[in-house]
Write a protein of this length. Structure first.
Length: 66
């Protein structure tokens, strides 16, 4: 049941476009064992849209175009 709810939420959320391509099934990713903590943390922030890159931070800012 949880997997169906997860898939429905991923498909419903417009911010999950890239995530839908990368993550097609709900299972532990093997590369998480290989990466060190720092790189694993960077990847986690990117996948969860918890970064300061403009595509993420720009969603919450109002820009004045002149």
């Amino acid at each position: 049941m949880y997997k169906q709810e997860w898939l429905a939420e991923v498909n419903r959320n417009s911010h999950c476009k890239v995530y839908r391509i990368i993550k097609t099934s709900l299972e532990f990713e093997k590369y998480l064992h290989i990466l060190d903590f720092r790189n694993r943390n960077y990847l986690r922030k990117y996948r969860c849209a918890n970064t300061n890159i403009p595509v993420v931070s720009g969603r919450y800012q109002i820009y004045c175009i002149s």
